[in-house]
Design a protein around this ligand. Structure first.
Ligand SMILES: Cc1ncc(COP(=O)(O)O)c(C=O)c1O
Length: 451
């Protein structure tokens, strides 16, 4: 070992020693104290303290989907350092008004009034409180593969996991049957099912309600639940069923909004306008900021009735400047276009792999967000969780980061918008190699079954 790599290794060991002693391991996907320890990032690449380079097809925690340390974002942050970092949230500040105006112009009408938070969870909490105040109800439902955050209020409507060991959660929340067509919980097939999942869900909700329904909160494409795409018309039908009961529809676009899917918002392709929309993740380009946007009518009613919500830093010029800069990046870098091209390239490569490996049961997603569902055989569709975890580990060890969902059987990719065709090819070559290395006996020709 050279002197430099020796000292990098001992630096990493020292950091991990401190982490073992001082860091609270409440992380979602990993409880151990092993490395890597990340230090730098640029565009689609991150480096750990030993200098090892990784292709980041998870965009950090999806928050760097515009590219790590984008110069437009870092310039906005530097600008705030020269003017005003923090401001009282009961007074307006320039950056906050600029951001609310820009967001209001991007949202479809009549969505126009925005307030800000610092995380996805707090924006969803505010959205749910707005719906409760507006409708006078309190009951909130969400599909059973949803993820809306890990605060108490949002964990109660997060059904893709993370409930066990966390009771008592707030009451008045219900799971509805998600439109997971690849594994329909009702054994139906779209379109002959005629949205049986929604019919059953609302029959159950109607049976359980205390007469105080407030809202359904949903992602337009379920990310943490396994990159699951609802069938066309599902969101529209859901909104109609909500409105028939005077419930609002909250669409959580924190993972899917602002260009990442190759469209500004995921709900656009359904031709609907939700009552409330939340954004977070790459809004801010890597800085913690989120927003809730609703109509002037809803805003006016809840404010007249005393609605107040904020956090000490929620309107800070620093994060609002980053928020506006992220909207600049989306426009200037043609992120919508790039997301489409990245998604098409990635899914074409994955579909080619699907021709070779029976293990790849399904390839799906939109724009930058892509999922691959692994199965032990395509008929039985037994989830290939161990195999997925082995593929994830092989790729990670070889410098490719992505995340595993559904216990490991879904590989989820969110490469930043800066990702080049060569980087996609390198990542997909590695995935092919990982399948060969981890499940060589499952390498088949099309139509054959496993040996
Ligand atoms: C759809 C969705 N909503 C909400 C959240 C929670 O956001 P945060 O972790 O910033 O609280 C996430 C995070 O992954 C998410 O994917």
């Amino acid at each position: 070992m050279s002197e430099a790599s020796n000292s990098a290794a001992s630096r990493e060991a020292a950091l991990l020693g401190d982490a073992a002693q001082y860091s609270f391991r409440a992380r979602m996907d990993k409880k151990t104290n092993e490395g890597p320890v990340f230090e730098r990032g640029k565009d689609s690449v991150v480096w750990d303290v030993t200098g090892k380079e990784y292709l980041d097809f998870n965009s950090g925690q999806m928050c760097s989907a515009l590219g790590h340390n984008h110069p437009i974002i870092t310039a906005a942050i530097k600008g705030a350092c020269d003017t005003l970092l923090h401001a009282h949230s009961s007074h307006y500040n320039v950056k906050e008004i600029e951001l609310a105006s820009r967001l209001g112009q991007i949202m479809p009408k009549p969505l126009q009034k925005s307030l800000f938070g610092e995380s996805g969870a707090d924006a969803n909490e505010m959205a749910m409180m707005i719906a409760r105040k507006y409708t006078g109800g309190f009951e909130i439902a969400s599909p059973h593969i949803s993820f809306h955050g890990l605060s108490d209020a949002t964990r109660a409507v997060t059904f893709s996991g993370w409930h066990a060991g966390h009771g008592h959660l707030p009451g008045g929340t219900y799971a509805i049957v998600a439109p997971y067509c690849y594994r329909c919980p009702l054994n139906q097939t779209f379109p002959s099912c005629k949205f049986a999942c929604l019919k059953v869900s609302f029959d159950l909700l109607d049976a359980q309600t205390t007469g105080k329904p407030a809202a359904v909160i949903t992602e337009p494409l379920f990310s943490a639940g396994g990159v699951i795409e609802p069938p066309p018309g599902w969101l529209k039908e859901l909104q109609q069923l909500c409105h028939q009961r005077d419930m609002l529809l909250i669409v959580d676009e924190e993972q899917t909004g602002l260009g990442k899917l190759g469209q500004m918002f995921g709900f656009e392709s359904e031709g609907i306008v939700p009552d409330i929309v939340t954004v977070a993740k790459h809004f801010g380009g890597g800085v913690g900021i989120s927003a809730v946007t609703t109509t002037a009518e809803i805003e006016d009613k809840v404010v007249r009735e005393g609605y107040a919500a904020t956090h000490s830093h929620a309107n800070d010029p620093l994060i609002c400047a980053a928020g506006t800069a992220s909207l600049d990046v989306i426009a200037q870098d043609n992120v919508i276009d790039r997301a489409r091209r990245i998604g098409a390239h990635m899914r074409a490569r994955l579909e080619a792999l699907q021709q070779r490996y029976e293990m790849i049961g399904d390839v799906r997603g939109r724009g930058q967000l892509t999922g691959v569902e692994l199965v032990r055989d395509r008929q039985g569709k037994e989830p290939a969780t161990d195999e997925g975890r082995a593929i994830g580990k092989y790729c990670f060890d070889n410098g490719l980061i992505f995340s595993l969902r559904r216990g490991g059987s879904v590989l989820r990719f969110v490469p930043p918008a800066t990702t080049t065709p060569d980087q996609i090819d390198a990542a997909m070559d590695l995935i092919g190699k990982a399948i060969e290395q981890t499940a060589p006996k499952r390498n088949i020709t099309p139509g054959a079954s496993f040996n």
